[in-house]
Design a protein. Structure first.
Length: 316
């Protein structure tokens, strides 16, 4: 486990937490969670895009998010945690009507977040952004095109006072999922361990890698494949297309442009592997099945982190 020593106490804490998790599986601990497949294949932005449109692709599936200009687009770890809870509750309750609690503190507890200033202010803001956005998924091949538009919330009532998070409202805060999103979440969800997502919350990229790896490993098993080679360029487009490309400098020379693009891929590859090793602390079998080459990430089929929870699970 190289490249992680400088992270010091953070890694030590992760190792301690991973040892605690080993003693009890997610289902027994009541921390079995789910994510929608569509939100695993292409993900939310890691940082604020500061615009009302965002797009990310894995080469086949493209996710785009349209937000209200006055509100913005959800980003970072908070909406990821929120989505994991929403998807998990929808699967476990089989209901579109989700109860969020009578106070913001109560809901922070449901999300496994501490009741402090960092999360109190971010939760309501990011929930507003998430529930106000429209998500589009486009799948393309050489001869086919598929398009699906989704809105997560049909309606939401958030009786939260960020200045008094402990204050209990007379009414329960509720979220009603749209029928389209509910169907997408419940027909073939990706099982995850919510404890792992909680412990990886400092890095949205690490959260994405964990859910993606769980899904990828399931696909390898379902398709009977022993391994898959994924180009770093494709992974960068899927997980973090802005690495090394934020400069406003306009480059017209082809060699200079190629050099910059190659450096961006190297920057992304370095950061991806660093976060993947953090995921490997909680999913050691995955760490053993990864090979890092200059052009590809090679992933071998290993033991699933969470066994399939349903007898029939469809594939995308």
């Amino acid at each position: 486990m190289t490249d992680i020593v400088p992270l010091g106490r953070r890694i030590d804490k992760m190792i301690s937490e991973s040892l605690a998790i080993e003693y009890e599986d997610a289902k027994s601990a009541g921390m079995l969670g789910y994510m929608a497949r569509s939100l695993v294949q292409a993900t939310l932005p890691h940082t604020d895009p500061k615009q009302s449109y965002f797009e990310r692709t894995n080469g086949i599936v493209t996710l785009s998010i349209v937000g209200r200009p006055s509100i913005g687009i959800p980003y970072g770890s908070v909406p990821r945690s929120l989505l994991a809870w929403i998807c998990s509750e929808a699967v476990l309750t089989q209901s579109r009507e989700l109860e969020l609690g009578r106070s913001q503190s109560e809901f922070l507890g449901k999300l496994g977040m501490s009741n402090d200033g960092h999360y109190i202010g971010a939760l309501k803001k990011q929930a507003h952004r998430l529930f106000s956005s429209m998500i589009s998924l486009t799948g393309t091949t050489d001869s086919e095109l598929g398009l699906e538009n989704m809105v997560i919330a049909k309606r939401a009532f958030l009786f939260w006072n960020p200045k008094k998070p402990e204050e209990r409202s007379l009414w329960e805060s509720t979220l009603t999922l749209t029928s389209d999103f509910f169907e997408d979440v419940t027909k073939a969800p990706v099982p995850v361990d919510l404890r792992v997502l909680h412990h990886l919350r400092q890095s949205p990229l690490a959260m994405d890698i964990y859910t993606w790896a769980c899904y990828r490993q399931f696909l390898l098993k379902a398709k009977g494949q022993g391994m898959v080679k994924i180009p770093w360029v494709a992974l960068m487009a899927q997980f973090g297309s802005s690495y090394g490309t934020k400069s406003q400098e306009i480059i017209t020379d082809e060699k200079a442009l190629k050099k910059k693009e190659d450096q961006a891929v190297r920057n992304f590859r370095h950061n991806f592997m660093k976060r993947l090793k953090e995921v490997g602390i909680f999913y050691p079998e995955l760490d053993d099945g990864i090979e890092d080459t200059p052009r590809f990430l090679v992933m071998k089929s290993v033991k699933l982190h969470i066994p399939p929870q349903f007898k029939k699970t469809g594939l995308p």
